[in-house]
Design a protein around this ligand. Sequence first.
Ligand code: PQQ
Ligand code: CA
Length: 714
Amino acid sequence: MARSRWFVAACAALALAGCKDNAPEGGVDTAAEGGIDAARLANAAADTANWITYGRDYSEQRYSPLDQINEENVGDLGLAWFADLDTARGQEGTPLVIDGTIYITTAWSKVKAYDAATGAPKWAYDPEVPGEVAPKACCDVVNRGMAAWGDRLFMGTLDGRLVALDRDTGKEVWSKVTVDRDQPYTITGAPRVIDGKVIIGNSGAEFGVRGYVSAYDATNGEQLWRFYTVPGAPDETGSEPEYLAKARATWTGEWWELGGGGTVWDAMAYDPALDLLYIGVGNGTPWNQAYRSPGGGDNLYLSSIVAIRPDTGEYVWHYQTTPAETWDFTATQHIMLADLEIGGRTRQVLMQAPKNGFFYVLDRATGELISADNYVPQNWTSGIDMATGRPIVLPEARFDKTGQPFIGTPGAAGGHSWHPMAFNPNEGLVYIPAIEAAFPYFPEAGWKPDRKRGMNTGLDLAAAAMPADPAVRQAAREATKGALIAWDPVTQSERWRVPHSGPWNGGLLSTGGGLVFQGNAQGNFIAYAANDGRELWSFHAQTGIIAPPVTYTVNGEQYVALLAGYGGVWPLSPSGILSGQERPLPNVSRLLVFKLGGSAKLPPPPPAQDRPLDPPPFRGTEAQVASGSYSFGRYCSQCHNDAAVGSTVLPDLRRSPALENRDTWMAIVHDGALKDNGMVSFAPSLTREQIEAVRQYVIKRANEDKALERQGRS
Ligand SMILES: O=C(O)c1cc(C(=O)O)c2c(n1)C(=O)C(=O)c1cc(C(=O)O)[nH]c1-2
Ligand SMILES: [Ca+2]
């Protein structure tokens, strides 16, 4: 096939020496006139009016040169318009803005389009994800965004579809199921489009799946290639590509039974000149390596950054951040590309601040480790051995080997999660929405997987539950924080930081106006000075913010937009007392759009509707509490919080009216009365006796917390 129109255009636009013809024989060429094509995507960084791909451009820098809103005038920023959303779950999406229209994805994989200047709704799309899919999602029913190509938009749905929508009408053009629906796969991450190929990963490594990314033809949804991140069952040995055969030698036991993990659930980036697609690979299943790969081994390509050819899915290089990972240390975090002056020469680098707490700078052509240093405190490692590129792991951290509990820092939430970072080329800084939170890893002796319900971690999540002890709780609160960190990737050092009272804050935007924007758990959307972190402006959004902002122009006027709506893993799974919120904020999901002089007002916040903590008296037995506590940790705490100390996004079971009545509880937990809301039946995994024991456990927990509340010591 001759060089296609778009490709010549992209090369000309980029003036890239390395730009070469790599279109496959009979490959796709779906660039539409006036739509998004390769040239437009390659030029996205300079296209300040728009935000046409997840990370703003293929390098995922989330830096916009726009400077109409700047350090001098940001105090005049005000709400231009807002739109209420029809879900009250975590909003993590990055909007796309294309030629005056803003497109968002919300929780439950819904899509909406609005006039980007006025907020007039244009269309809405609902893929009608069945509520029953929710428990397959480890970390809320979230969606992070879309990709654009031609006159279409592409998104993954929580139930594993890749959907193509007509950008003008929101009508579905095609839809493909990208996963085995009998397995606990979901999709939360945004696809990317390269050369008419839609690249999409998936999620599920807390439960038991085999990770991969796939490419689909944007024209018709035909699958073009699939790249597995971990080797499959032994019967695949003969047919597997070399990179998987190499990986096979780094595993032992029967890892394929639970899939091995290695999901590509968030980060991707693309270098058009090198023609390399970078994917971030997640943790293993189960977390505890003693059960996953009992003889040890690096378990490639878990926790790795892998470079692949977007045309063919061919492996090029990899860098494993955490060999033999056992702490849920994903390397799925934001992958950002930049050209930096290091050691007197310009290096083409790839940067990542994955969960394990190291900030990595790699050569993105070769995967060579240039430097790494910790951006948050760590207690699992004493640093990186630069000769091998491997972390030096402290023996006590390997709970899988010692069989002893380990309180790890960073923990399973990571030093940084999916919340996007941002770059400022003028300051030479990467801004990191960092997390400082430990996790109690208690290995479970004699652990057995459950393929039907609940997480498969190989840990005893009940043994590590937060006790009703005010001193322990206070210590945990003090140790659980967040920060906006301005990181110099050349010197691997922190230039400044803004401390946050809680760990779970919003993704970032950096602008040519010398600003860094971030929302936080307290519900404040704040503009900081890019050079020293001074707070310059703030807006209260009535709900916690986790999503990253974007910026764009319409008719020459600059706007800043973001989704508000607290959720994601933190409000669902860790104890609700570790939110860092001064007062619990409800989920009020909205799209908020700001401009200079904007004067729109939000309606008054909804009244606090917390039911009082007023449980029935505890009349259960100690045996019930022991059984119920174990089941709660394994099956319930994923969504209803550690030790049942709820937050504001999902029902706080300590306050549930169903606690009063055994039959009501059974109708919900055993019979699945609320399955359409996501609360499925747990009968496949738990007997009626065990379900009743969970009720008794929650009643006991609620009474303990009520007693503390009375003493004013919760
Ligand atoms: O292993 C996986 O497949 C997987 C998927 C996801 C996801 O899709 O949201 C998360 C995680 N892991 C994870 O470890 C994690 O901390 C996490 C946080 C969030 C979130 O949206 O708040 N998702 C996920
Ligand atoms: Ca995970």
